[in-house]
Ligand binder design. Structure first.
Ligand SMILES: [Zn+2]
Length: 140
């Protein structure tokens, strides 16, 4: 069984590419963790490790922003887990490889663009808000 793919450019991401994405995700994750921790610690806790990102981080987050960041963090952790278990870049629904361009612009994507479209359509019909969809995207 040699599969139905005819080399149409839809192939798994090269390892090197995955490493690069992994690096980006880890960087972003560290930043998010810092933002969320600083925010939580703002009521008395002493912030360790203050660096030149501080000014940027001092912006007070609304609850909504914080939720969004927490969700993003979740999605990133899930993506890193998929990288470790070699599932990264495979669509959750159709098991086909997700296109490289999509992964580069959205490394936390768990579905190919077609499946994501269908998924969001369905979610919308069920009345989920966009934020709700983002949670579902995070996969947990
Ligand atoms: Zn798919």
């Amino acid at each position: 069984m040699s599969g139905k793919r005819g080399g149409s450019g839809k192939k798994k991401l090269p390892k090197k590419q995955i490493r690069a994405i992994q690096g980006k995700l880890e960087e972003r994750k560290a930043k998010l963790v810092k933002i969320l921790r600083l925010e939580v610690g703002s009521s008395g806790g002493e912030p360790e490790s203050i660096d030149n990102c501080q000014k940027e981080l001092q912006v007070s987050l609304s609850l909504r922003d914080r939720e969004r960041l927490a969700m993003e963090l979740q999605a990133i952790e899930a993506a890193l887990k998929r990288i470790n278990s070699q599932n990264f870049g495979i669509c959750h629904d159709c098991q086909e490889p997700i296109s490289q361009a999509r992964l580069e612009s959205l490394p936390t994507a768990i579905r190919c663009i077609e499946c994501q479209g269908e998924f969001e359509e369905k979610a919308r019909k069920k009345g989920f808000s966009y934020d709700r969809i983002a949670v579902l995207k995070a996969g947990s």
